[in-house]
Ligand binder design. Sequence first.
Ligand SMILES: [Zn+2]
Length: 232
Amino acid sequence: MSHTAIFPSCPRCDGDTGDGRFCASCDVLNRYPDAGAYKASRWRRLGGALLDGLIITFTLGIGWLIWLAFTAPDGQTPAKKLLDMYILKETGEPVTASQVWIRDVLVEIILLNLIGIFIFWIASLVDAIWIFIDQNHQTVHDKMVKTIVVHAPRQRVPGDNPYQSGFTTSTGPTRPRRTTTSAGPGTPPAAMPDRSPESREDRLRELQGLADQGFITADEHAERRRRILDDI
Ligand SMILES: [Zn+2]
């Protein structure tokens, strides 16, 4: 499937974006460079597959399924949650919880294992090995349900998932960045905080998360909360 990059040069690294889903130079997700999401490395993906397998084994499947009910709405499996990875559609848009259940339970576990019974588990092996063959590090089950996996370490914010909220606050792709000349070439544009009312809730939630985790004091929390509410 051909995929045209929206940006002539990468807003993150200023390099050649190439014509793939990820920047040819820095691996950032081409379509939404603002999201801070990069192509998940092959070893991270393999580690995720093994980790999910371990969790499934040690919780007899049940614990993993219950955990999946909590991680699926964010486009994650339990292992992907632990390794900061998100499942996206091949277009770069977020997946729904039901798409995660279809991808990971129906296709990856049930379907591939059913095929595996007849061909000595080769299907699951090929599924994992595909990570090392595919230029977008996709597995076979990714190909089947048209998903990619990104690594978004910046998104490790307690109590919030800005990666998802970034999409819920805007309907289309991010606006082109190259229209202004204020920032010189080579200067990565600073991520502008979204001041729209829709994002206020997200910011408050994020702030609450920081307070809950003890990253900021109660006074700081009150002050920053007041500033968010005064804003706009
Ligand atoms: Zn780049």
